[in-house]
Design a binder for this molecule. Structure first.
Ligand SMILES: Cc1cc2nc3c(=O)[nH]c(=O)nc-3n(C[C@H](O)[C@H](O)[C@H](O)COP(=O)(O)OP(=O)(O)OC[C@H]3O[C@@H](n4cnc5c(N)ncnc54)[C@H](O)[C@@H]3O)c2cc1C
Length: 547
């Protein structure tokens, strides 16, 4: 439990004040961290946010077809019963507009915006060893100081635009899905090229195809996808969510992935081929990420995984009418769910439209962007608009985008030259009083993220309360604990099929020059939560706390 005593410091009107905490980012994580520190501990806190509003991911990703793929009744906070009771989701997987309404409602309900500075990008954060404070600089030249610095910068907030030769010469318009214009983009009458077929590209293509004159999808990596089966929530389901809020919360907090469903204990080898087919068919009809939960061993046993992979490949071949196109779409080179498993609304069906074409970039790679369009090794595709659904410099990108320097001027970029190293995904040795919410080395993107975010924000809050109660001013991990944790993160990944994916952003592979390291902790959210709780109960073992 979080300590509720106020530990506010200083006079807020002081000119050169030292805040108790600075939080970077006002998405799910930053909002809740602000709430915890201010409302539970009474700290002086300022949130700095690059965008003009709250929402993070949902502020930036307004591309056509954008939706969450966690189910709405779990893609939300669970810390306030009143909040859960008063909010009603309309769909199984809401889009940005509804999620933004929700996050604005949260920010207004708990009066959070008064402590958020919008349109403020943090450019640098330097630790002052003598005074034990962080000096934070912003793009507009402001300087702020705080005892604790907490990054809530998101895992997927640094857009990855591929460095294609000639892009600057393109005479049409181009967009990255993660920086989508708020006014929207009109595709009518346009020839559109979409580069990228991950979760985002799979959501966007069917919606773009509805209004574009023509859509060309450029595919480097073929991908699995399962129907989302999005639909308005029935009044019965909405009532079920209200009546069972406590049980749903308990379920999401006590399973391995933070989603509101049980993962079957059944092994693939426990079933006959006919039983398996029936189970996969039922999961396909139910739709969504639950497909992954059909068997316990899908992510750890390649033979088991092959059965799911084969099922989906057969579905692709049965949906897509043109057999050559189907073959390219089903030519998937990685185990099912070894990359973030997309869910879709009519993605494969989209390739049956007359105005949609698929280009296999493995056979004919993009050579350059020309003033007229995209030129592959085969030919030039004239285009009016290019949409880059090419994802993000995931997990480390937003952190390394800030000039973070710890003790003795140690740059985070140097400390992480060979890949991210930290303890519990929460702290890096040499960077005292810096916490990273859902940093690499924590379950983060392998979990339903609001659950991972709440766990981190609460752990950090408890830690700071503990420090106050014991008159401690400084915390950082000891290097041995950090090394041991990095080994655990690697071992957890190696026990699964996850590192077998190609071009996986979990491994940083799609960003040129990025070290190939499996970044999230794959040991499961429940196990991770227990480890974090045990560390705290054992007097924050592995951390050095000092006055
Ligand atoms: C299209 C899409 C769909 C997704 N769907 C799901 C889903 O269904 N389920 C799920 O669990 N997760 C999903 N995610 C992951 C999603 O990022 C998280 O669910 C969640 O929104 C993360 O919240 P956050 O606050 O940690 O980070 P974000 O929402 O990314 O917020 C980080 C904020 O930090 C700000 N920021 C970053 N750097 C700086 C800086 N230097 N200075 C100032 N501000 C800065 C950014 O502007 C941003 O507003 C999805 C992601 C994407 C891109």
């Amino acid at each position: 439990m979080t300590n509720a005593t106020s530990i506010a410091s200083g006079n807020p009107s002081e000119e050169d004040r030292i805040l108790d905490a600075l939080v970077i980012g006002a998405g799910f994580a930053g909002l809740y961290q602000l709430y915890c520190l201010r409302e539970r501990l009474g700290l002086s806190v300022q949130v700095l946010e690059a965008g003009a509003g709250v929402g993070g991911t949902w502020y930036w990703n307004r591309y056509p077809g954008a939706r969450c793929d966690s189910e709405s009744h779990s893609y939300c906070y669970s810390f306030s019963e009143e909040l859960t009771r008063e909010w009603q989701w309309s769909e199984r997987y809401p889009g940005p507009a509804e999620i933004l309404r929700y996050l604005n409602h949260v920010a207004d309900r708990f009066d959070l915006k008064r402590d958020i500075r919008f349109n403020t990008r943090v450019t640098a954060a330097h630790y002052d060893q003598e005074r034990n404070i962080w000096h934070v600089s912003t793009g507009s030249g402001d300087q702020l100081k705080a005892r604790f610095l907490i990054t809530a910068v998101g895992c997927l907030s640094s857009a990855n635009v591929p460095k294609l030769p000639g892009l600057a010469s393109f005479e049409g318009d181009w967009y990255h899905t993660g920086q989508w214009p708020h006014a929207g983009v009109d595709f009518s009458g346009k020839r559109v090229g979409q580069v990228g077929t991950g979760s985002t590209g799979i959501q966007a293509a069917p919606v773009i195809a509805e209004t574009a004159d023509h859509l060309t999808v450029f595919q480097r990596t073929a991908n699995y996808s399962v129907p989302a089966r999005n639909a308005p929530l029935t009044a019965e389901f909405q009532q079920y969510v209200k009546d069972n809020a406590a049980q749903i919360r308990e379920l999401t907090r006590t399973n391995t992935n933070g989603h509101p469903f049980h993962i079957s204990e059944r092994l693939v080898s426990d079933t006959t081929p006919q039983e398996r087919l029936a189970l996969y068919e039922a999961a396909w009809e139910r739709g969504g990420l639950q497909f992954r939960a059909t068997f316990q061993d899908l992510l750890i046993d390649k033979t088991a995984n092959d059965t799911a992979a084969q099922f989906i490949k057969n579905k692709i071949r049965s949906i897509v009418k043109d057999s050559a196109t189907a073959a390219i779409l089903a030519d998937i080179d990685h185990p099912y769910a070894a990359k973030r498993p997309p869910i879709d609304t009519d993605y494969f069906e989209t390739f049956n439209r007359d105005n949609v074409a698929l280009v296999d970039l493995r056979a004919t790679p993009i050579e350059e962007i020309t003033p007229r369009g995209v030129r592959t090794s085969d030919k030039e595709y004239p285009l009016d608009i290019i949409v880059f659904a090419t994802g993000f410099d995931a997990m480390t990108g937003p952190l390394l985008g800030i000039d973070i320097r710890g003790r003795n001027g140690l740059r985070l970029a140097d400390a992480w030259q060979a890949g991210p190293r930290n303890y519990l995904g929460l702290q890096v040795a040499g960077f005292p009083n810096l916490f990273t919410i859902t940093g690499p080395g924590s379950p983060s993107v392998l979990c339903n993220m609001p659950v991972a975010i709440e766990q981190h924000a609460e752990w950090i809050t408890d830690c700071i309360a503990h420090m106050h109660n014991h008159d401690l001013q400084r915390i950082e991990p000891n290097p041995e604990a950090m090394d041991a944790w990095v080994e655990q993160v690697n071992a957890a990944a190696d026990a699964t099929l996850l590192p077998q994916a190609t071009h996986s952003w979990y491994l940083g592979e799609h960003v040129p020059g990025k070290p190939r390291v499996f970044m999230p902790y794959a040991g499961g959210m429940l196990h991770y939560r227990r480890i974090c709780d045990k560390v705290a109960a054992n007097n924050y073992e592995g951390f050095e706390l000092s006055k």
